[in-house]
Write a protein that binds this ligand. Structure first.
Ligand SMILES: [Fe+2]
Ligand SMILES: [Fe+2]
Length: 247
């Protein structure tokens, strides 16, 4: 019995691919086929697969139907986290999604999922992605203050959702915790954030995040062990469509 994680499938079986820049790199060619093959090779019916957001380009549920068929066809128990591109998932409709897909998919937000004696907690998260202003040597010398203030509000709201998730797990007596975010836990300049502090406060063993695409973004946030917590990036292109074994 194992727990796997990967993010950013960016499926578009029905919707127009709005991909540009990093999402057109060769690693994305037939990625659905390669990912399915890897899952079938690695994941059994007893295993759990956590999909860390950015599931579909579809703008609504109707445009995601085939993408959901694909997700449902993946082996194992599936848990989904909300990504910034997941338009089908209104933040207030998590309970409705869990009802609709009961017994098939679990949507992780303001709740937690049990895995053996672990609680899997998580939320979309948020991080300030600029604009940053650079000098001639490409050092950051400033940033857009207005955008930074907007980001701070979104971070605060997502941190509240994450706390609801941790508290629900704690109330039910879980001591072993793994925390999932779609966005990286910190921005490129930060050493810690509301998310890393919360991971430490509740004693999460691991923090797993996605969202970062392309070589130039893979090191945007924390990787490896920091203050006793292991941080891992699981965006699909970073993992080249091989799910990461979490436990
Ligand atoms: Fe993504
Ligand atoms: Fe994303």
């Amino acid at each position: 019995m194992s727990l796997f994680a990967i993010g950013d499938l960016h499926l578009h079986f029905q919707s127009e691919l709005k991909a540009h820049g990093q999402l057109t790199a060769s690693v994305w060619k037939n990625h659905e086929e390669r990912f399915l093959k890897n899952c079938r090779r690695m994941i059994g019916p007893e295993d759990t697969l956590l999909l860390a957001g950015d599931h579909s380009w579809g703008r609504n549920m109707a445009e995601c139907e085939k993408d959901f068929e694909y997700i449902l066809s993946l082996p194992g128990r599936k848990i989904l986290l909300r990504g910034n591109h997941d338009m089908f998932w209104d933040a207030k409709k998590t309970a409705a999604l869990n009802e609709r897909f009961a017994g098939k998919l679990f949507f992780l937000q303001n709740n937690y999922a049990a895995y053996q004696d672990f609680a899997l907690v998580g939320t979309k998260g948020f991080t300030f992605e600029g604009p940053f202003y650079l000098d001639r040597k490409r050092r950051v010398v400033g940033w857009d203050e207005e955008e930074a203030a907007r980001a701070a509000k979104l971070v605060e709201r997502e941190a509240e959702r994450l706390r609801v998730s941790f508290e629900a797990a704690k109330r039910d007596g879980y001591k072993k915790l793994i925390m999932f975010l779609h966005y990286p836990p910190t921005n490129i300049l930060e050493k810690d954030s509301a998310f890393t502090r919360m991971a430490e406060e509740y004693g999460a063993q691991q923090v797993i995040y996605a969202h970062c695409h392309g070589q130039s973004r893979f090191h945007d946030s924390i990787l490896g062990v920091k203050n006793g917590i292991r941080y891992s990036l699981v965006s699909g292109d970073y993992l080249e469509w091989t799910p990461m074994k979490v436990i």
